[in-house]
Design a protein around this ligand. Sequence first.
Ligand code: THU
Length: 161
Amino acid sequence: MIKKEYKTIVTEYSSETELSNQEQTLISKAKEAAKKAYAPYSKFNVGACVLLENGEFFSGNNQENAAYPSGLCAERVSMFYANSMHPDVAVISIAICASNENGFIKTPVPPCGSCRQVLLETEMRFKKSIKVIMVGSDSIHVIENVSQLLPLSFQKDNLYE
Ligand code: THU
């Protein structure tokens, strides 16, 4: 019998200004996107922005629906948007933030499980780490790749064994 341990390293920042200019732009685009979310049911407005290797930004926000499961999270909207426009360009980072009636959420906003699965597929597809920047108004959490957010993940190789 062997026991395996999986590690997730989170870098915490207390201010956006500690990040690069490009990452600050990514965050401000995610915040702009959150303002345009369609979230009349949860009133939890999520914004995400994806940065591609070619320097282009693709923003998205959550899109809800009266038939609740038909809605989609901000991360998947922005990631699918980027991948649909540039199927051959790697994604290098994504920023995520959210607001509710009280303003921007204080703690860093993590992607849900389904979004992690989608982000991981893109990371594997382009064989390039995607930095995940989870933004809160009090602190920011950064993880260097999606694999660390989803250990023991189901991947394409599992289908063909
Ligand atoms: N939501 C996102 O957009 N991203 C996440 O990672 C978590 C949740 C959305 C889905 C739904 O519209 C609302 O937030 C409340 O769950």
